[in-house]
Design a protein around this ligand. Structure first.
Ligand code: ADP
Ligand code: ZN
Length: 748
């Protein structure tokens, strides 16, 4: 059912339907086990599928989900079945979520329980909520009447306390009315008040779909009509909303959110990073008069539990979150939006390796609701899906209000050379000077955290390397540490070279944002400079504060990594300088060109969003590269056409299927032996190529030795079936781990 409507091969082994086995149920546990286990059904009426249950497993008691009523292994003798211990009084997991779990498990070759764990929610969300006793005005009480003999002055004061609130605790009522709690009891006896339960959480303000929108452009209106139509028709459809930065995509999908709210349904919005959140939330609240619920890893436990329950009970209407929000237990989902759909951070790279955008498409199809993928630089995958007719593409061609795209100039670093040990070319320095003189803002972009990416001994050439990974340590001068960006290993910069024992011989090589800030501070001592990187800004609030400072023009020069490339709107920003436009183009990454194009395009989109035209200066050693030429010409289609040809000729995604296998072990020999065994068992099938094994570019990561295979197949091949069969034929020692990465985005 799913496979036909999305871009994915339908895994063939999702639901194995055994005949119902009376008295037994299959329970899936949030553990990396092969499948669901059978238990004896509890006495009495059989709980519905999706019920949360506690069952024994060995010596432990574990909470899982009643997966189906058929039982999976009917051969387990009846008397050896252990009984279900508890059926929790919580809203059962709905069928679309259970199917999503099975679907992702089959697609990513992960144990279903490992996927279930992401969909279980906070463990305490299943506990019964403490339902404190409260008091409400008796339902049949007529409007207060002077003649009502029951109503003393004190009792009237108690009634006045309610003021629209439905139920309040006795202590609060008594306190506010200035009486004892005995009065409250007596009022219940007199039929004035009724005892009830208090809601455990304060009600959430409901976003208001009735608030007016600005008048739309024709493009916007046409796009909004299509999406609103799909929301109202409650039908699955993937809509690619493709429009340059500032063209009003957010306004358009807000309109679709309003339509879902009007229908009483819920909306899920996925954003790539919570750093983006603050500005988004502000805009949402402006439009809808109430906040959206946020779902991310920084929530405090009580907030987490509250959001989870409110989503399940249809009290939270709009939820915005990162990847993991995909698994929230919506009671009545009406629309999914994935903003910045091309963003690589939707790919989860550890544990269950999955792409949240793609799985959101699956969820939308399982729920039977539309999904909007929005981007100024859609992924090649999504564009090709639109070409193939699987997705519907809606284009917003112009910037709202006719603001012009910035002019992009390539700065050829071979001619326009920065000074020694400096990184900003003379022409960019001139442009910054002009911008500041005009009272405008500039931004310098360098996607490298820290001070310097490499620390080198000037005497012997020794390079400071991570003890756990095949990676250089990055100097973070601000923190006084050398840090591995892969495993987090940190150490003090050594005073003596560990190799030649020379003193104070270390020198930084190459720029990070901290070093760039140092250079700029020297050049522009009077400018107000701020650095924006994920390690200098701790958390969404810090990002929001800095964004606000830039918007209020308390900052002249902003220096940052990719976290500032996204979504922010800076009206006085008219110059963007890209320090290392070539960074990211090298390396064996399938999407390096595409990603660089997207990132640079997005950075360029920061410039001149309001009435002033912006300009972008792009430093490069390779001005002839197709990515650079396409950027300078604003020619996205040309770039994508070249990129598509390249991938098509190599049968690479989306023109073929791709998966990576990563074999890792604490011991290099073990990794090699398992890799060799896999190589011997590798499939020899038409349309299937196995490349490798090869040492991974990150040959050692967190102390594990890594070998990689790439499996490349034709589009019509069932990649999962090939992988499953292959892996089933190889015995893997316990110390060795094989990670399967279907549709890999990381090639390290
Ligand atoms: P995108 O999401 O494509 O980057 P936005 O929706 O953020 O674009 O729109 C860019 C700016 O233009 C925002 O400040 C937004 O409020 C404004 N805007 C968009 N559409 C309209 C409209 N129809 N009328 C008035 N302002 C609009
Ligand atoms: Zn490391």
């Amino acid at each position: 059912m799913v496979g036909s409507s999305t871009s994915f091969a339908a895994p063939k082994t999702v639901q194995v339907s055994n005949p119902p086995a009376p008295g037994r149920v299959a329970v899936l546990l949030p553990l990396p086990l092969a499948g669901a286990y059978d238990y004896r059904a509890p006495e009495g009426p059989v709980p519905p599928a999706g019920s949360f249950v506690t069952v024994p497993l060995g010596q432990r008691m574990i909470v899982g989900v009643l997966w189906d009523h058929s039982g999976s292994s009917a051969d387990l003798a009846e008397q050896r079945l252990k009984p279900v211990a508890t059926v929790h009084d919580a809203i059962p997991m709905r069928e679309p979520v259970r199917h999503l779990v099975d679907w992702i498990a089959a697609y990513t070759l992960s144990p279903p329980g490992a996927v279930l764990r992401m969909a279980m929610g906070p463990s305490d969300a299943l506990e019964p909520e403490e339902g404190r006793v409260g008091f409400a005005v008796a339902a049949d009480l007529p409007p207060p009447d002077a003649k009502d003999r029951r109503l003393t002055a004190t009792r009237r004061r108690v009634l006045d306390v309610f003021g629209g609130t439905e139920a309040l605790p006795a202590a609060l009522l008594a306190h506010e009315a200035g009486c004892g709690t005995g009065v409250i009891r007596a009022m219940v006896e007199a039929g004035l008040l009724a005892e009830t339960r208090l809601p455990a959480r304060p009600p959430r303000p409901v976003p208001d779909w009735r608030l007016p929108f600005p008048p739309f452009s024709d493009d916007q209106q046409a796009a909004a009509d299509v999406i609103v139509g799909a929301v109202e028709a409650r039908r699955y459809e993937t809509i690619l909303l493709d429009g340059v930065t500032g063209s009003g995509k957010t306004e358009v999908y807000f309109k679709a959110i309003a339509a879902a709210l009007q229908a009483g349904r819920q909306v899920l919005v996925l954003l790539p990073e919570i750093a983006l959140g603050a500005q988004w939330h502000r805009r949402f609240e402006q439009q809808f008069g109430a906040p959206a619920a946020a779902w991310h890893s920084d929530l405090r436990p009580a907030e987490r539990r509250g959001v989870w329950r409110d989503v399940a009970e249809n009290r939270a209407k709009v939820v915005v979150g990162a990847r993991s929000a995909l698994f929230l237990p919506f009671a009545d989902l009406g629309l999914i939006v994935v903003d910045e759909e091309h963003d690589a951070s939707f790919k989860q790279e550890d544990g269950v390796i999955y792409h949240a955008r793609d799985m959101a498409v699956v969820r939308a199809s399982l729920e039977g609701v539309p999904i909007v993928l929005a981007s100024a630089t859609p992924s090649l995958e999504s564009l090709v899906n639109a070409e193939r007719g699987r997705y519907r593409r809606l284009v917003l061609a112009d910037r709202h209000g006719g603001a012009e795209l910035p002019k992009v100039t390539l700065v050829d670093l071979r001619d326009d050379k920065p000074d020694r040990q400096r990184f900003v070319a003379p022409s960019l320095i001139t442009a910054i000077t002009e911008t500041l003189a005009a009272g405008e803002q500039a931004m310098l972009f360098l996607n490298r955290r820290g001070y310097a990416p490499l620390t080198l001994c000037r005497t012997c050439g020794h390079r400071m390397q991570c003890p756990n990974c095949t990676a250089w340590l990055v100097e973070h001068r601000f923190m006084g540490r050398l840090i591995c960006h892969h495993c987090g290993h940190a150490e003090r910069p050594p005073e003596i070279c560990p190799s030649c024992e020379d003193k104070h011989s270390f020198a930084p090589c190459g720029p990070g944002v901290e070093r760039l800030a140092e250079e700029i501070t020297e050049r522009f001592p009077d400018a107000r400079i701020a650095v924006m990187a994920s390690d200098t800004l701790t958390g969404p609030q810090a990002v929001a504060d800095l964004v606000a400072r830039v918007q209020q023009h308390e900052v002249d020069l902003l220096i940052g990594t990719q976290i500032m490339a996204k979504g922010h709107h800076f009206p006085m920003l008219t110059l963007v300088g890209v320090i290392d436009g070539d960074l990211g183009l090298s390396g064996g990454d399938l999407r390096a060109g595409e990603r660089t194009f997207q990132m640079l395009h997005q950075v360029a989109g920061r410039a001149g969003r309001a009435e002033r035209r912006g300009r972008v200066l792009l430093q490069t050693f390779d001005p002839g590269h197709p990515v650079m030429k396409a950027l300078a010409a604003h020619d996205r289609d040309r770039f994508l056409a070249l990129e598509a040809d390249e991938r098509r000729s190599h049968r690479m995604p989306p023109f073929g299927r791709l998966a990576a296998l990563i074999v890792s072990a604490p011991d290099a020999d073990q990794a090699d032996q398992t890799a060799a065994a896999l190589a011997r068992a590798a499939p020899h099938l038409k349309g299937v190529d196995v490349l490798g094994p090869a040492p991974a570019p990150l040959a050692v990561l967190r102390g594990r030795h890594r070998r990689r295979f790439l499996v490349k197949t034709d589009r019509q091949v069932n990649l999962q079936a090939v992988l499953r069969q292959w892996l089933a034929g190889v015995r893997v020692p316990t110390a060795v781990r094989i990670q399967v990465d279907v549709d890999p985005y990381s090639f390290l």
